[in-house]
Design a protein around this ligand. Structure first.
Ligand code: SAH
Length: 380
């Protein structure tokens, strides 16, 4: 980590509650922040260019801003970043950061390089309340939502550490909200952070290149279409409600048919498709009959299917499907005319694969109470 970054990370002792963390504000929020202080609204885009375009967090280095305002900003604002606790590089080029928030909680962010693109997998919550039976994050329970500044900071830190390609392009071309947590249960913060990802003065990514992955919180999904219609991935994992109830308990509240209707509405009439994620679990959801049922269930839905090899973790009852089984499942979907890809598993050697993101909790006490309260608030 550079000395520059060290000056700006926030540890509990260094937090300054009176100061506004500018990472928590999108362009509209920053404009309000400056106008409320009697300054010009265009300061918002000036400051965003420094923070997101140049990676500058020190107001003193923002040289097109008057000395007076810089001093003023030192007193009332900050760009507060999580601390990088560890930064691991996998043999296959994936990279995983363990980041510590100001309150001591830790989350993980993963970069996955592929031919022609680089994808950052971003977390939205510390832990998760959905309790999917095949996911290691579920074992931790839920601690809290991340603030929008903590979400966008993951991109800031990864972009800084990854730098640029040899031809001056950004290394991160795509973002997936597919790390720890259920993004649609932290709606406002996730939408604000994605707004900065899309903003020309933020990271300028196109909607196609930002993907939100959800287990299917239907009301929030319908709202998302209005507020920030990024690409959509849905964690399906089963072709019928009985099985999906076991794998993704949220299905009891939002069953498959209603979810698929919401997906159709989300993409509308155009050429967009929803990516359905399907983790293949040996002997559980991976038979030829399951594949045929899945193909039938997706009839009339603009769909792509992403078959994901199960990533094991300690004490899991599941096993990865064999290569032959995976191939047979793939062929059935393919013959049914569904665009299907089999995802390679990445970052195995650094536990960076899907469902292996663990993070750490600062406060493991009262976990059950916190979980109960959170699920009540989320209406689950
Ligand atoms: N809550 C969101 C995003 C987090 S999960 C969602 O459910 O989509 C991101 C993806 O990783 C999901 O498709 C999830 O099903 C998958 N995943 C979780 N645990 C996994 C595991 N052990 N092996 C492989 N994929 C897993």
């Amino acid at each position: 980590m550079s000395a520059h970054a060290l000056r700006h990370f926030c540890s509990p002792a260094m937090t300054t509650p009176m100061k506004t963390n500018l990472l928590d504000l999108d362009r509209a929020g920053l404009t309000d922040f400056f106008t409320a202080r009697g300054d010009k609204g265009f300061r918002a885009t000036q400051v965003m260019k420094w923070i997101y375009g140049q990676g500058v967090t020190d107001f003193e280095a923002m040289t097109n801003i008057s000395k007076g305002l810089r001093t003023d900003l030192q007193g009332c604002a900050e760009v507060c970043l999580p601390k990088v606790v560890s930064d691991h590089l996998s043999d296959d080029g994936s990279r995983k950061w363990l980041l510590q928030m100001a309150d001591g909680n830790c989350i993980e962010t993963v970069f996955i390089p592929e031919a022609g693109r680089g994808t950052l997998c971003v977390s939205s919550q510390v832990g998760c309340m959905l309790n999917c039976s095949f996911c290691s994050t579920a074992q931790q329970g839920f601690n809290r939502n991340l603030g929008s500044g903590e979400i966008i900071a993951q991109l800031w830190i990864a972009a800084r550490d990854l730098g640029q390609t040899s031809d001056g392009e950004r290394v991160i071309s795509n973002v997936v909200m597919m790390g720890m947590g259920e993004p649609l249960l932290n709606y406002d913060n996730v939408v604000r952070a994605m707004g900065i990802m899309l903003d020309d003065y933020g990271y300028g990514l196109s909607r196609r290149r930002v993907t939100l992955s959800t287990a299917g919180v239907i009301p929030a999904l319908r709202q998302l279409r209005e507020d920030c219609d990024v690409s959509l991935a849905v964690s399906l994992h089963a072709p019928d409600d009985l099985l999906r109830d076991q794998l993704v308990p949220l299905n009891k509240k939002y069953p498959i048919r209603e979810l698929l209707d919401a997906c159709k509405d989300y993409v509308g009439e155009g050429r967009r498709r929803v990516t359905f994620e399907y983790v293949l679990l040996a002997g559980v959801n991976d038979s030829d009959a399951h594949a045929r049922q899945l193909a039938r269930c997706l009839e009339g839905v603009p769909a792509k299917v992403n078959l994901i090899p199960f990533n094991p973790f300690p004490e899991t009852r599941y096993q990865r499907s064999s290569g032959n089984r995976t191939h047979s499942f793939f062929e059935i979907l393919n013959k049914a005319g569904i665009v299907t890809i089999t995802r390679r598993t990445r970052g195995d050697d650094i536990d960076a694969a899907c469902g292996q993101l663990a993070g750490q909790f600062q406060d493991r006490t009262r976990r059950r109470e916190r979980m109960q309260k959170a699920t009540r608030v989320a209406g689950l």
